[in-house]
Ligand binder design. Structure first.
Ligand SMILES: NC(=O)c1ccc[n+]([C@@H]2O[C@H](COP(=O)([O-])OP(=O)(O)OC[C@H]3O[C@@H](n4cnc5c(N)ncnc54)[C@H](OP(=O)(O)O)[C@@H]3O)[C@@H](O)[C@H]2O)c1
Length: 196
């Protein structure tokens, strides 16, 4: 394992990351873009700076990450872009986050087309509500209330686990998904597709 600190929203930083990786692993079989700015705000509270930062981290940065890593990608490499159910359905305070994630998931189609002669597959992985540290910032009471609401509204009546997302990522990373390209795998308890 090689931990490297890098700002996912910094375009020159993506080139620096690629240069560092080239020293250690000149051939990459799997790239997964998972970092995200998860800021949720009502429209009146958005500043241009916060908007630009979210778009840089969640859309522009991942695009330039793939660009920087292209020389390292093996034939048949798998690129996984982590989106969100918010790309498909409206949520409270999620307009900017959802728009960035919709753009990111769209890249899975456009980049697969562009990279098809190299055999590189680019797929989106779209989580629904999943237990991670992201909700801890709400504090215990608001987090518990949110979890209750999600258990009501997620069609499968529970919140997903990080392990469930990891299993889907392993599928997309491996040859088990060799014929899956330019699509989005939704692991969201049905909330992105079904009415409740
Ligand atoms: N959890 C859910 O319910 C859910 C639902 C839908 C989609 N997702 C998506 O799943 C992925 C993982 O989410 P999560 O729940 O694990 O989120 P999280 O707990 O909020 O973690 C986000 C991670 O992104 C990192 N990050 C943020 N900005 C960064 C930047 N500019 N450069 C580098 N790293 C940065 C954070 O690092 P620091 O901790 O150092 O800030 C943190 O490790 C994200 O893409 C998220 O949008 C999650």
């Amino acid at each position: 394992m090689l931990p490297v600190r890098s700002d996912a929203g910094d375009v020159p930083g993506q080139a620096a990351l690629a240069a560092r990786l080239r020293q250690e692993w000149p051939r990459l079989d799997v790239v997964m873009s998972n970092a995200a700015d998860v800021t949720h705000l009502p429209i009146g509270q958005w500043t241009e700076e916060a908007f630009d930062r979210l778009l840089a981290t969640n859309l522009k940065g991942p695009f330039f990450l793939v660009k920087a890593l292209l020389p390292l990608l093996s034939r048949q490499a798998s690129v996984i872009l982590v989106g969100s159910v918010s790309a498909f359905v409206g949520h409270e305070n999620a307009a900017v986050y959802g728009a960035a994630k919709a753009g990111l998931l769209s890249l899975s189609r456009g980049l697969t087309y562009e990279l098809k002669e190299r055999g590189v597959r680019v797929n989106g992985l779209s989580p629904g509500p999943t237990v991670t540290d992201t909700f801890a910032a709400l504090g215990p009471e608001r987090q518990a209330a949110l979890y209750d609401e999600l258990r009501r509204t997620v069609p499968l009546h529970r919140i997903g686990t990080a392990t469930e997302l990891a299993k889907a990522a392993v599928y997309l990373a491996s040859d088990e998904s060799a014929y899956t390209a330019g699509t989005v795998l939704r692991v969201d308890g049905g909330i992105g597709e079904l009415a409740y």
